[in-house]
Design a protein around this ligand. Sequence first.
Ligand SMILES: C=CC1=C(C)c2cc3[nH]c(cc4nc(cc5[nH]c(cc1n2)c(C)c5CCC(=O)O)C(CCC(=O)O)=C4C)c(C)c3C=C
Ligand SMILES: [Fe+2]
Length: 500
Amino acid sequence: MASAFTIDRGIIPSRINLKNSNLKSSPLLLHSRATSFAPTPKSLHTHLLKCSLGEMEAAAATMVDAPLLSRSTSGEIREMVDIGDEKIGVLLLNLGGPETLDDVQPFLFNLFADPDIIRLPRLFRFLQKPLAQFISVARAPKSKEGYASIGGGSPLRRITDDQAEELRKALSLKDVPAKVYVGMRYWHPFTEEAIDQIKRDGITKLVVLPLYPQFSISTSGSSLRLLESIFREDEYLVNMQHTVIPSWYQREGYIKAMADLIQKELIKFDRPEKVMIFFSAHGVPLAYVEEAGDPYKAEMEECVDLIMEELEKRRMNNAYTLAYQSRVGPVEWLKPYTDDTIIELGKRGVKSLLAVPISFVSEHIETLEEIDVEYKELALESGIEKWGRVPALGCEPTFITDLADAVIESLPYVGAMAVSNIEARQSLVPLGSVEELLAAYDSKRKELPPPITVWEWGWTKSAETWNGRVAMLAVFVLLVFEVTTGEGFLHQWGILPLSH
Ligand SMILES: C=CC1=C(C)c2cc3[nH]c(cc4nc(cc5[nH]c(cc1n2)c(C)c5CCC(=O)O)C(CCC(=O)O)=C4C)c(C)c3C=C
Ligand SMILES: [Fe+2]
């Protein structure tokens, strides 16, 4: 039977299902120019094109500038990359973090001013920045405490810079000279700064690689949305060839690197086979998944399955579970929550627990403070006796090598805006690249209920006007209620201190 796997037009097909595919070591990458066989997606995961390996090869042969594909003796697909005189750049996208305690409030402002983090109903969009200012000022003292406890700032910039340098070296060892740039979403070096440098360096082919293994609207999606707006307004970037690797949690190298780290920590326990492996992922509000179509939860679950399959191949058949941490705000987030699950496991008599941070590849405040301090304490209080934690991947050589492979495999699919194509000219960025990825979501995307709920009722213009006024009044009344009673959503968010 032909191996069937899913591929989305124009986007490097991160969702090739490894379980059903014999392409585990080298997922075939397709670029936007393969328009001859692919329909325009209405949503990233509901309108996926299914095709067999043979069909993909045939389709690739019809592509403009089709990558040269060949079957090696081992049956793997390999892409032959001819770099020629091209100047290759790799743009690593990441969140960014405050480097000093003074950076915390402005960093939080940038985060909460992002409509992919707090999406207000259209009527209230003008409140985005004032709200971000209010929440960031109010939350800063609590956040500062956290950052103070991990040394006075986030280690993200240093770690991401190291990863960029190691990736550059790994690419160079594989005969792919490339410059690697870091573009952060909420703090320095901002994505705009990286793009300026890319232009100064005269990069002609750019691979965009978000450093989040799994895709979420709130992380990679937000960074890509920003990138799209930068591309749209810039003559140079419009003409620069680029491609995006939207997620890569299913890559064999990444899965093996994670399994290696888990194995290394497991054998530190007296009885490794008795240890519960506890995957703790960063949460997102439930509405992102259920209403906006965020693939984050599905990708996370598949990622955990693949890691466990790899461990089972190594004869480690431990019990495992997945929970979501770092909830912010009063709305429901993905469940089960990490804290509830730890308590539950304690009640069920679990004695040894190995925590595995799974949604991020660097150490950061939520591993160093939330997991190492808060969750460890909770676990010990809940009756768990032995606690371990798997470090984040950082610059693990197998991981970096795999990222380098992902970049190299993507190169044949880097494409420029098709200048003869009216649709492409209108959209100003290459079809099937950053823009297409976002369009895939936006076509389906409803108003996303934000982590902060702001009220909106009614359908008519006048009703909306009145609703707006009533909502303003309601916000005012709620604020008075919060300040006088010490209860409410601002307290739940940790924005105002709890009264007890
Ligand atoms: C995959 C990882 C992440 C997802 C998904 C995510 C969603 C998300 N985050 C917030 C709010 C905050 N996040 C904060 C810090 C932070 N977030 C991530 C990763 C994801 N966030 C990381 C790695 C970090 C730490 C960066 C560092 O400096 O080390 C913060 C600030 C810290 C704090 O005050 O707690 C906030 C706030 C929301 C609302 C959200 C989804 C909508
Ligand atoms: Fe976050």
